[in-house]
Design a protein. Sequence first.
Length: 78
Amino acid sequence: MIDIKQFAELQKQSKNSFADQRQIMKKVMAGQTVLCSTCKQPLCLLTPEHCSIVNNASSESSGIRCNKGCTDIQLDFV
């Protein structure tokens, strides 16, 4: 069972993580170079069109990621 303090801390961590990912998305989509926090390689934006051209992958492969896959933020394109 989780107590109120633990739940509050979990909410805070989740909120911070979401805010961090949102900032990464904004920077990458604006064309800025953002490095993966783990492997220090640049993050790339993969659109559904790019996925189908490059790897014949499904649109579920679209998102922001590094080449090694350390960072993998899946995005839904409408």
